[in-house]
Design a protein around this ligand. Structure first.
Ligand SMILES: *[C@@H]1O[C@H](CO)[C@@H](O)[C@H](O)[C@H]1NC(C)=O
Ligand SMILES: *[C@@H]1O[C@H](CO)[C@@H](O)[C@H](O)[C@H]1NC(C)=O
Ligand SMILES: *[C@@H]1O[C@H](CO)[C@@H](O)[C@H](O)[C@H]1NC(C)=O
Ligand SMILES: CC(=O)N[C@H]1CO[C@H](CO)[C@@H](O)[C@@H]1O
Length: 334
């Protein structure tokens, strides 16, 4: 009996050692992963991971004329349906190859399941691993640039916009696209805006950012719509990797990053902004009036809203009315 008891004793000790070491290893790796998560903590905008990635959107083609990145609130399911059937329907622009992706963050399980279904249906969702909130929109913007840098290098033109905007792409392709330069970004130019320090504003900037300043030190382009040559995207994404997070998306992307990129170039090589302000309106009635009276001669390019939901369908219908009458060839009514 004695040797058997010793056998059991030894094994029991070994077993205990095993349990303890497994616990130890598990605990250690768990803690370090939590710590990494915390350290990463999305302090660097370039660190964003994909939760949903439709990699093929541009890779299916040799060349993409225009990729449109639409920052969209994850819960705006109906809005995206409306956009897909109006100005963001790729077929409108054939034979030009125009592609669209919607950028979202994450939310709860129910919303996630709905989004996954949407992605399966339309294959146009790119989701980043961060909570979808207005304050996190900087991450959404960087997610879009990262995605283009990794999966859509073959796009000539990139348009970064959001889901409460409409752009007359017919007009843009006819009158603006051919005048674009390698080093020029188009959008609504903003110079020395006042920094908003009121906590309940959507533009709130905590005092630790731009400490003591009243005005933004850099000029930038409004995030409502920015149009840029595709070959600039890798520069922007690269610059974002080493930049500290700033809570206002458009100031981060087109103020901070542009300044960082421009440091590497002499005066002739610097990036420049072309101001589109006179072609942009936030007044739906003005837009409709212009298209109804001037028809094909209305030169409004962009309508947007910040306060309420844009009536995309009616704004679009008024805009295309004249196009379908004039049978201009690249618009088909369905
Ligand atoms: C932004 O996303 C990060 C990562 O998911 C999250 O920890 C943080 O709470 C979010 N911030 C806001 C204001 O939603
Ligand atoms: C990427 O960014 C780093 C740091 O800002 C810079 O030194 C480097 O030249 C950039 N590389 C490219 C290819 O732009
Ligand atoms: C600026 O840099 C470009 C190359 O990026 C060079 O060809 C040009 O001569 C430089 N111009 C001046 C004024 O230094
Ligand atoms: C530019 C353009 O297509 N203009 C047309 C708009 O529609 C009117 C008729 O309603 C035509 O006469 C214009 O030529």
């Amino acid at each position: 009996m004695k040797p058997v008891r010793i056998f059991w004793k030894r094994n029991a000790i070994l077993f205990c050692c095993l349990i303890i070491s497994v616990w130890f290893i598990y605990n250690k790796s768990y803690r370090s992963s939590v710590r990494n998560e915390f350290n990463r903590g999305l302090s660097n905008p370039g660190d964003i991971r994909y939760l949903i990635n439709n990699e093929h959107i541009c890779n299916d083609y040799k060349r993409v004329f225009c990729i449109i990145l639409v920052s969209s609130d994850i819960t705006h399911f109906n809005r995206r349906v409306e956009l897909r059937s109006t100005w963001l329907k790729s077929n409108n622009y054939r034979p030009k190859n125009v592609q669209v992706v919607y950028l979202t963050g994450k939310n709860d399980k129910t919303v996630q399941n709905k989004l996954m279904l949407e992605s399966q249906t339309y294959s146009d969702i790119i989701q980043g691993d961060f909570i979808d909130s207005y304050q996190n929109s900087t991450y959404k913007g960087v997610l879009g640039f990262k995605w283009v840098a990794e999966h859509c290098r073959n796009a000539d033109i990139v348009i970064k916009t959001h889901d409460n905007v409409i752009i007359n792409l017919f007009l843009f392709f006819d009158k603006f696209a051919m005048h674009m330069h390698d080093k020029e970004l188009l959008g609504k130019f903003i110079r020395s805006n006042e920094i908003v320090r009121e906590k309940n504003s959507q533009y709130y900037v905590p005092t630790r950012y731009l400490k003591g300043m009243i005005y933004y030190p850099l000029s930038y382009l409004s995030g409502l719509a920015v149009i840029l040559p595709g070959n600039l995207i890798p520069l922007y994404f690269n610059a974002s990797i080493t930049s500290e997070y700033f809570p206002i998306e458009d100031y981060f992307l087109f103020g901070i990053l542009t300044a960082k990129i421009n440091k590497d170039f002499n005066d002739t090589g610097k990036l420049k902004y072309r101001d589109l302000t006179k072609f942009i309106t936030s007044d739906e009635r003005y837009w409709k009036h212009c298209y109804l009276t001037l028809k094909g001669n209305c030169n409004l390019l962009i309508a947007y809203q910040e306060q309420y939901r844009l009536d995309t369908e009616s704004v679009w219908n008024v805009m295309i009315q004249n196009r379908s009458q004039s049978a201009s060839g690249h618009f088909d009514m369905e």
